[in-house]
Design a protein around this ligand. Structure first.
Ligand code: PRX
Length: 641
């Protein structure tokens, strides 16, 4: 299989070809995979209808392409290098042959336990090889995996288990992150008190700590895997459009939604984008620092690299343990060639200066990637100059859970570089900027709403159990386009800079949260009558959360401190620590219009310290509330030094 374009001319040619004849273009790529049955139609449906399908009639199993296909040529090559949280613990190098065997064992054990094609399996696990193996084992037997990031609370986990109607949960007794251990199994137990569909819980023993095991439900993962030993585990024939996984992500309204991706289109696009963006060459060692609980880990730790027969590094720990040079120590130890991380991590490590980077030999690095949020120019330059020693291109990859794979990005060193710009679209991707009324903006340096005009293979198929919601969010705002929810700007050379969300989604350290979901968690605190949250710029996290809360009684200083703790605890219970507001402000009221809508625009200005630019406030029910909120905020967070 060779999916990689190797010059800028080849990129331009491919782009033209993809625009002139998308079917031929994507057929050429799809034909490089192993299909059980060929498709009879490359693509059906439309963005207008929100019913796009790819490789219709084709049958495939993504794991046959990620594992079996490599065995003859590179069975002994390392597929996954696992770097443990504690640098003194042994690493694991898992060859393609071993990975294949373990996935088959686990898949066979799942089948033997009654898990069938289409069943939903929840993975709530630390970053161990068993997580990757579980993901692949589900895919192998056609079960739909749904990985829930192990930082989510019991309540958030329960919401997702219920929405997915899952029958199996795979977890660990505990996870390890730096010096902390995370009690995963007890969180699962807590969540399952309200989930009647789950009949089997598999528990990986990661630490020596005990955990409660319910004899009629819970099984140790290593014992469970043994049940599959010696059993055959042929890949389940999947229709190209059969769901591969559900991944929950936040939107501007309501609870997080389950984004559905499929075996065929997702396979083709993640493999293709991985090969091109990272310019991966055989023998390279590639490392993406994300967690498999997010889309980046799905597409670019597991599927994209393995489909390309790559060696992919998986890291259990955190960037600052045992010291702020851990990332660079790992790059040097494994001679990493392509390194992919988030701006928030770059900014956090930048704060430790250059010495931790310089302490390690980073000469193996060829390509540096970033993802998850806009990268500021300062961080971009530091990444390029200090980490990359000015010899590595930066690929600023813009994409989303819903797009399945990278949409805008340079291709290694082939493409033009511009700080803080994702750049050009991949061949096959047709981005446009629209004004709020849907007019296409074609001039240079205009800012507009980023939309995509033609379908691509890994586009979101539906939001699990609620297709209307999918249509309303992505396909109806601008008929004929996929609406991303991001604002962007394009320069005279066509390079795109993605500015950030234009909806009520807040991106904290590259993690997405909806204002509605945070507010509903806050409102669970007894002290909170009503709340509104907004994002504001934060030097490390990109954005942080400012919560405006109406309390159920007036609070003195001491009571206010206790009330803040209540609010934080409510967010931790409802979502998890990762969504904690940085600032909590108890306010006498919220700026609402006469129809009861909160004017977040004003709250955003206040949170950003822009006190003179509120615009028209005449439609507010009680404009005096704005002054009160402003004065409080000014005296708490914006005191001139
Ligand atoms: O706002 C964009 C931002 O992250 C959002 C998608 O979040 P999520 O679905 O969690 O996926 C993150 C990993 C793919 C986008 O709507 N975003 C992602 N990458 C970039 C970005 N913003 C600017 N530049 C990027 N490179």
């Amino acid at each position: 299989m060779n999916l990689r374009l190797d010059s800028f001319e080849a990129y331009q040619e491919a782009y033209q070809k993809s625009a002139n004849d998308p079917s031929e273009f994507w057929n050429g790529i799809a034909s490089q995979f192993q299909w059980m049955k060929p498709h009879h139609q490359t693509q059906s449906g439309s963005l207008e209808g929100g019913d796009v399908q790819w490789f219709v009639g084709g049958q495939v199993n993504i794991t046959e392409n990620a594992l079996d296909r490599h065995l003859a040529e590179r069975g002994n090559q390392t597929a996954i290098v696992w770097e443990p949280n504690d640098p003194d613990h042994p690493i694991q190098s898992i060859s393609y042959q071993t990975l294949y065997e373990r996935v088959c064992e686990m898949g066979a054990a799942l089948r033997a336990s009654g898990v069938q094609k289409g069943d939903r399996v929840i993975l709530y696990m630390p970053m161990t090889p068993e997580l990757a193996i579980s993901v692949l084992a589900c895919a192998r037997i056609g079960a739909i995996h749904s990985v829930i990031f192990a930082g989510f609370s019991a309540q958030a986990l329960a919401d997702r288990i219920q929405d997915a109607g899952a029958s199996v949960v795979i977890t660990a007794n505990e996870g390890r992150r730096g010096v902390k251990t995370i009690p995963l199994k007890s969180t699962v137990d807590h969540a399952l008190a309200s989930c009647s569909t789950v009949r089997l819980v598999l528990v990986q023993r990661v630490t020596a700590a005990d955990c409660v095991m319910e004899s009629n439900r819970d099984v140790w993962l290593n014992e469970f895997e043994q049940r599959g030993k010696g059993l055959p585990c042929p890949p389940e024939p999947m229709d190209a459009e059969d769901p591969l996984f559900i991944l929950y992500t936040s939107g501007s309204t309501g609870k997080p939604k389950g984004v559905v991706h499929t075996h065929g289109g997702y396979m083709v696009y993640t493999a293709y984008s991985f090969a091109n963006v990272f310019q991966y060459e055989p023998g390279d060692v590639y490392w993406c620092t994300a967690d498999i609980g997010w889309i980046t880990g799905h597409s670019y730790i597991v599927y994209g690299p393995l489909l390309n027969g790559a060696t992919t590094v998986m890291f259990e720990g955190i960037p600052t343990h045992p010291g702020p040079d851990r990332f660079w120590a790992i790059c040097a130890k494994h001679r990493v060639n392509q390194f992919y991380t988030a701006p928030t991590a770059i900014r956090a490590l930048m704060a430790h200066g250059e010495d931790p980077v310089r302490a390690h030999n980073l000469s193996s690095l060829k390509v540096l990637g970033t993802v998850g949020e806009p990268i500021n120019e300062e961080a971009w330059h530091w990444y390029r100059d200090v980490v990359g020693q000015q010899k590595c291109p930066i690929v600023d990859t813009w994409w989303q859970t819903e797009t399945g794979g990278i949409m805008l990005s340079g291709l290694g060193a082939l493409s033009p570089q511009k700080p803080a710009h994702a750049g050009l679209p991949l061949p096959g991707i047709d981005p446009v900027l629209l004004s709020a009324d849907g007019t296409e903006l074609t001039g240079a340096d205009q800012e507009g709403l980023l939309c995509i005009r033609s379908p691509w293979p890994s586009i979101i198929r539906t939001t699990y159990g609620d297709h209307e919601r999918c249509l309303n969010t992505y396909f109806r705002p601008f008929p004929g386009f996929y609406f991303t929810g991001d604002g962007a700007r394009r320069d005279a050379n066509g390079l795109i800079r993605v500015i950030g969300r234009v909806d009520d989604v807040i991106n904290v350290s590259g993690h997405r949260f909806g204002t509605a979901e945070i507010e509903s968690a806050i409102n669970q605190a007894t002290v909170a009558l009503e709340s509104a949250v907004v994002g504001y710029d934060h030097p490390i996290k990109g954005q942080a959360i400012h919560a405006f809360v109406i309390s159920d009684r007036s609070l003195d200083e001491v009571e206010m401190e206790a009330a803040r703790k209540d609010v934080l605890a409510a967010v931790e219970r409802g979502i998890g620590k990762i969504a904690k507001p940085e600032r909590i402000q108890f306010v006498p009221g919220l700026p609402k219009t006469r129809s009861g809508k909160i004017m977040r625009r004003i709250l955003r200005k206040i949170a950003s310290g822009e006190f003179d630019q509120f615009g028209d406030t005449s439609t507010l029910l009680d404009p005096s509330v704005v002054d009160a909120i402003k004065t409080q905020a000014q005296s708490t967070w914006f005191v001139p030094s």
